[in-house]
Design a protein around this ligand. Structure first.
Ligand SMILES: CC(C)(COP(=O)(O)OP(=O)(O)OC[C@H]1O[C@@H](n2cnc3c(N)ncnc32)[C@H](O)[C@@H]1OP(=O)(O)O)[C@@H](O)C(=O)NCCC(=O)NCCS
Length: 331
């Protein structure tokens, strides 16, 4: 049976940088408050007219280049985003058209912060069964347009940013690649981190002035509750992956956690007794880009020489749903 491995990675951040000081001009907050609570210094926002499928293009080109593959070599597209360009059709179809992929399947998945790992698990199955040889897996988000940049939304708006990451999942006969993936959900907490409108259950029409006046088009978060669950679920799902492979946290060469918040990452590191060099963090530069944080971090860590052949890599995510997931792989 072929093994699924990551043959190339890429990432892209839109050029516009939004600093904490800039946010402080829209709402009562400060650089000090944001850095102390989240570790974030700045994030990137797209310009009007740009969606996840647009910012996914440069990330995809880099990933293809790194893998030494052409657009025509890709057999399937998996596009993880919680902020699709349109309600319908999915961003995967848009990317297929914009980049001129063959008439291959394009699957959008909406699992928020866990999207990349859920996508990886789908790619894993198609590669192991021999169905596909090269799969493009994207995590791309435009969160900026779902932020309430006033005092009412300041607890959430300071956290999120836009960005895209891409990975090519390819088949190999070598002893490397994804060892296992693990996924969970707990829908009873859906309202702790959610975006309510537009909603097909909202009556006719789906979007109305009342909903807009209530700010239902903005992402809403109960920060304390999200924090509480995240610091439990991250270690749990990482240990699940380690145990499934008879490994311990000492075996981890690099943990790439979803970049939710620096304080969450630090707490996870402590709970698993990991050294600083075992944990990757870049949230200070990009904020939380939801499904894009892991592929961006993966590409950046690889480009910085922090991932070498044979390394044991663990990916882990927690977010809206709630959903949480992990993946373990030999690079
Ligand atoms: C969002 C988060 C930073 C808020 O920090 P917190 O310490 O829980 O802050 P609280 O919500 O208790 O608010 C404390 C005070 O700061 C205020 N506050 C909220 N946002 C603020 C901001 N951006 N700037 C300044 N003050 C702010 C609150 O209004 C509150 O004021 P009050 O005491 O007068 O009522 C924190 O809960 C968190 O990091 N949660 C996890 C979020 C996350 O990781 N999400 C992504 C998951 S994928």
């Amino acid at each position: 049976m072929p093994n699924p491995y990551i043959s190339g990675t890429g990432f892209y951040l839109p050029p516009r940088i939004v600093t904490n000081d800039e946010l402080s001009t829209y709402m009562d907050t400060s650089d000090e408050w944001i850095q102390e609570r989240t570790g974030i210094k700045e994030r990137h926002y797209v310009e009007k007219g740009e969606g996840p499928s647009d910012i996914a293009i440069p990330a995809t080109k880099q990933a293809l280049n790194a893998a030494g593959l052409k657009v025509s070599d890709i057999d399937f597209i998996i596009f993880a985003t919680s902020t699709p360009d349109f309600y319908a059709p999915g961003s995967g179809c848009l990317l297929q058209e914009k980049m001129g992929f063959n008439e291959i399947g394009a699957l959008d998945i909406r699992v928020q912060c866990s999207g990349f790992i859920y996508g990886l698990s789908i790619a894993e199955q198609y590669i192991r069964t021999g169905t596909f040889k090269n799969i493009l897996l994207i995590g791309a988000e435009v969160q900026s347009t779902a932020m309430d940049l006033t005092n009412a939304g300041r607890d959430t708006a300071i956290i999120f940013g836009d960005g895209a990451g891409a990975a090519i999942i390819s088949a190999t006969d070598e002893d490397r690649g994804v060892l296992s993936t693990h996924m969970h959900s707990e829908g009873k907490y859906l309202k702790e981190l959610w975006l309510e409108s537009p909603a097909s259950n909202a009556g006719y029409p789906r979007i109305n002035k009342e909903a807009l006046d209530e700010g239902k088009q903005f992402l809403k978060m109960n920060g304390k509750e999200v924090f509480r669950h995240a610091v439990t679920r991250f270690p749990e799902v990482i240990n699940e992956a380690l145990e499934a492979n008879n490994l311990t946290s000492e075996n981890i060469d690099l943990l790439i956690p979803h970049q939710a918040n620096l304080r969450i990452t630090q707490m996870v590191q402590k709970r698993l007794s990991l050294r600083n060099e075992q944990v990757f963090s870049n949230i200070h530069k990009y904020g939380n880009t939801t499904a894009a944080t892991i592929p961006i971090a993966l590409a950046e860590a690889f480009n910085e020489g922090k991932i070498k052949d044979g390394d044991l890599l663990v990916l882990a995510a927690f977010g809206s749903g709630f959903t949480w997931a992990s993946a373990i792989m030999k690079w």
